[in-house]
Design a protein around this ligand. Structure first.
Ligand SMILES: [Zn+2]
Length: 131
């Protein structure tokens, strides 16, 4: 009889205040809620830090990275579509389109589209689970 004990409401058996159910009849003891609450409170600091870190790594951070990739990719594509000059000054002929620059621009646009696709994939694969 080292631990303090209380009486089971259904069978009047003495049970320790650290027990959740009665040793004899298995009935839930009146102080069970306090025991489980105390256990949850004492175990919270141990599990919260890693799970918070895991949650941050698995959801928060990658989706931010994914969004950054999407924005960078879109800005990249927009830049090469709108501002990348594929024409060159040629002597007295004025400006003509340079085939080399056009193909260069196309490959840069492909890279940009690739960045967007990678960003979208990361975004959807790391999307926080709603369940
Ligand atoms: Zn009992």
């Amino acid at each position: 009889m080292s631990a303090p004990q209380g009486e089971c409401p259904s069978c009047k058996t003495a049970n320790a205040y650290t027990s959740v159910i009665c040793n004899l009849c298995g009935a839930r003891l009146p102080w069970a809620d306090a025991v489980t609450a105390k256990a949850a409170a004492s175990s919270t600091p141990k599990v919260s830090a890693p799970s918070m870190k895991k949650a941050f790594l698995s959801t928060g951070s990658p989706s931010i990275w994914a969004r950054c990739l999407i924005y960078v990719g879109l800005a990249w594509v927009a830049y090469f579509l709108l501002f990348f000059d594929t024409s060159v000054q040629v002597g007295g002929f004025g400006r003509i389109n340079n085939i080399g620059l056009i193909s260069q621009r196309q490959s840069f646009i492909m890279v940009g589209i690739g960045i967007v696709i990678v960003g979208v994939m990361i975004y959807f694969f790391t999307k926080p689970k709603t369940d």
